[in-house]
Design a protein. Structure first.
Length: 415
């Protein structure tokens, strides 16, 4: 192995500097690298990378490959349990010292006792483990680790191979991490649809496209008075619960939240064909129902006397909207604009004034194929003609009770 080590190292290093960057993510890179090492008679049975990431809910991620077929991306949040595991790990020691940490599991059992992960590896039949610092260009240190089940563990030639490949591995992992960080930040702050356009270079002011979509507006009842009386930290917590319920419901049914505007949430359910329009409308109605159910759960678990129960109004409208960039030369925002968006916002105001949880427009009723639940015709600001709004019956279960089966009832509602 000593004579073969430089050849194996050169082969893997060349691959890391060339073709590895075309793989999708660090997990694919680690898996392919491990396969190449094994082809070169380096007895790797487990390989991992540990990388801190920029994410609102995730602190770090580990790409884990094992010779038993395991290929797993593990995400670690900033909770107490994950922090305790980290503090007692070789990874923490590498971060602290910027030096490799080797645990000869079979030869020196006392070393394994220092790290819980080494004890677990010993129980699984591993004989040797090494974690190496993986430096990124910003000066931060990530970690790559290798473990084997080979009798006697790694030899010096194997360690030399790991030391040779660590810098090019760091480089290609950093490239993938930066790309994923950009995607995460954009998905978090502008949404996945807009985020992909930004990464594709569609960022010029005024540039966009006309799309068809069901537009959803939702807002909290009595929020202005509430925000004038509660402390700021309680208001933020209150909004987070509401926004969390609404976003989870929208995304669970294939929609996308575009904006949080004060206490309002604007979301869209895009479609292209007539058949897709009915599906989008149905999903938007299901999301509205799901939102109300989630808010009911929040209210039932509310133990704070200062915080009132949540109450919301949701409006749904559908049609052509312009989806694209607006803003200044240095600050852009992706949004949807147009009469359809304006009317959806006005119907949301009507829902609040009329104390209805859900109101939908003529356009959405037409898509659903009936006009059941007509609530009335009302004049709204900015529109010359009165607007018809409907208050659908959203039954529990998979079936929506939006349209009655009874023909006479349907005819009466239409008239």
């Amino acid at each position: 192995m000593v004579l073969e080590a430089p050849i194996v190292a050169a082969d893997v290093v060349q691959w890391l500097y060339s073709d590895a960057s075309y793989l999708n993510d660090t997990l694919e890179i680690v898996s392919e690298m491990a396969a190449r090492l094994r082809d070169g008679n380096v007895p790797v049975d487990r390989a991992t990378t540990g990388i801190w990431v920029v994410h609102p809910n995730v602190r770090a991620e580990a790409s884990v490959w094992a010779s038993d077929g395991t290929k797993e991306l593990r995400l670690y949040t900033a909770d107490n349990s994950s922090d305790e595991d980290y503090q007692s790990s070789p990874i923490q020691r590498v971060h602290q010292t910027n030096q490799a940490v080797r645990v000869r599991i079979s030869e020196r059992p006392e070393e394994a006792e220092e790290f819980p992960v080494a004890i677990d590896l010993r129980d699984e039949g591993y004989t040797d483990y090494i974690a190496l610092p993986m430096p990124f260009s910003d000066g931060s240190v990530k970690v790559a680790s290798f473990a084997t089940k080979a009798p006697g563990g790694f030899r010096s030639g194997h360690i030399s191979v790991f030391e040779s490949l660590i810098r090019p591995l760091a480089l290609v992992c950093e490239l993938k991490t930066l790309r994923r960080t950009a995607e995460t930040v954009l998905d978090t702050y502008v949404g996945p649809r807009a985020g992909s356009k930004v990464l594709d270079g569609t960022t010029r002011r005024g540039q966009g496209e006309w799309i068809k979509a069901v537009v959803s507006f939702a807002d909290i009842r009595g929020f202005t008075r509430l925000s004038n009386t509660l402390p700021a930290d309680m208001i933020v917590n209150f909004l987070n619960k509401y926004f969390g319920a609404m976003t989870a419901a929208v995304e669970a049914h294939g929609g996308e939240v575009l904006k949080f505007i004060g206490d309002e949430v604007m979301a869209i359910f895009p479609y292209e064909t007539e058949e897709e329009s009915r599906d989008a409308a149905r999903r938007a109605l299901l999301a509205a129902r799901d939102t109300l159910g989630r808010i009911d759960e929040i209210n039932r678990s509310n133990k704070c006397a200062q915080t009132p129960d949540l109450s919301v109004g949701i409006a749904l409208h559908a049609g052509d909207v312009f989806y694209g960039n607006v803003g200044s030369e240095t600050r852009l925002d992706f949004t949807v604009v147009g009469p359809v968006v304006n009317l959806a916002a006005r119907i949301a105001e009507l829902a609040k004034d009329l104390h209805r949880e859900v109101l939908v427009s003529d356009a959405l009723s037409d898509i659903m194929g009936c006009r059941s639940g007509l609530f009335g015709r009302y004049q709204v600001k900015g529109f010359d003609d009165p607007v018809s709004v409907y208050s659908p019956d959203l039954l529990r279960g998979d079936k929506l009770g939006y349209c009655p089966d009874n023909t006479a009832t349907l005819a009466r509602d239409t008239n």
